[in-house]
Design a protein around this ligand. Sequence first.
Ligand code: SF4
Length: 389
Amino acid sequence: MDAGVKRELEAKVAAGERLSREDGIALYESDDLVWLGRLAHRVRTDKNGDRVMFNVNRHLNLTNVCSASCAYCSFQRKPGEKDAYTMRIHEAVAKAKEMEDEQLTELHIVNGLHPTLPWKYYPKVLRELKGALPGVNLKAFTATEIQWFEKISGLPADEILDELIDAGLESLTGGGAEIFDWEVRQHIVDHATHWEDWSRIHRLAHSKGLRTPSTMLYGHIEEPRHRVDHVLRLRELQDETGGFTVFIPLRYQHDFVDSADGKIRNRLQARTKMASPAESLKTFAVSRLLFDNVPHVKCFWVMHGLSVAQLSLNFGVDDLDGSVVEYKITHDADSYGTPNTMHREDLLNLIWDAGFQPVERNTRYEIVREYDKPTPLADRRAEPQQVWA
Ligand code: SF4
């Protein structure tokens, strides 16, 4: 990148000026990772100090049966397939109860678009889960699922959200966003929820007092300009509602065939490679710089590995997705040896080891507990250090 452009961007960031579409594209053109990290870290530190937020949650996928066949998805199964499953309500509750000893504060629930499950199943599950775990926040359903509920119930999203909130819903999840630009979206998404409906449903959720996460699936067939466009759409919606708590860049994953039938379901992988760690760090940094009105940027460590998750904390990230005991959607497509379990202690050590202060939060980003500051690196050198995969 031209030194003059670099200086201009530095000056804009230092002055807290909003970056433009062209600025975002220019940032992606830079391969000076250290420079990008420094710019993003400055913004992250101004907003969040040296804190790293996390929560102790459980991911629950009620069914992997789905009417759609998105090109990047390794999770969905068709009815009758060998490893298709749908949980009965008491099974979902039993699974959630297994985590009680972990003092979890959140259940994160996303599912396939099941062709025959009735709409009433969903509020019923939430009500039962809330009854069994009253202290746990329920973060459930993508905007895609909410639109699916509109289709199967004949009710508008307004009434659907009211009923789900009454049953215990505290936040939607951020999924279904992928890449909003139709140029890319038409090749990867097979369901009916695109920007117009995704934004309509999150806007509605925000108007009802819910705060929601936002996501972007990157590292497949999209180009940097599509990532920039994606973030700018979200930034504009955030200007309007202020309802997004966090932005989560999700790294597209190849399918490494660990399903019972040995089928590769992911139709994108012949056409693309996964993003490298350097590309991921760049994406975190540029996202932090562009999405200036979102309070937090999260790294979902399951998709990146623990070392990249630690590094990301110097590239704009201030939030790590929590203590995950089971996460199916990614782990149906991961053979990198990333662990699929992390507990509170592991996560605390990961954050301290990276030189940051862990802060436990709930779904609404309210502080549950502040932990000690990290021991300075100079003092830790004499001690044997943990090696993170
Ligand atoms: S991404 Fe979601 S909607 Fe698309 S096929 Fe997978 S489970 Fe179904």
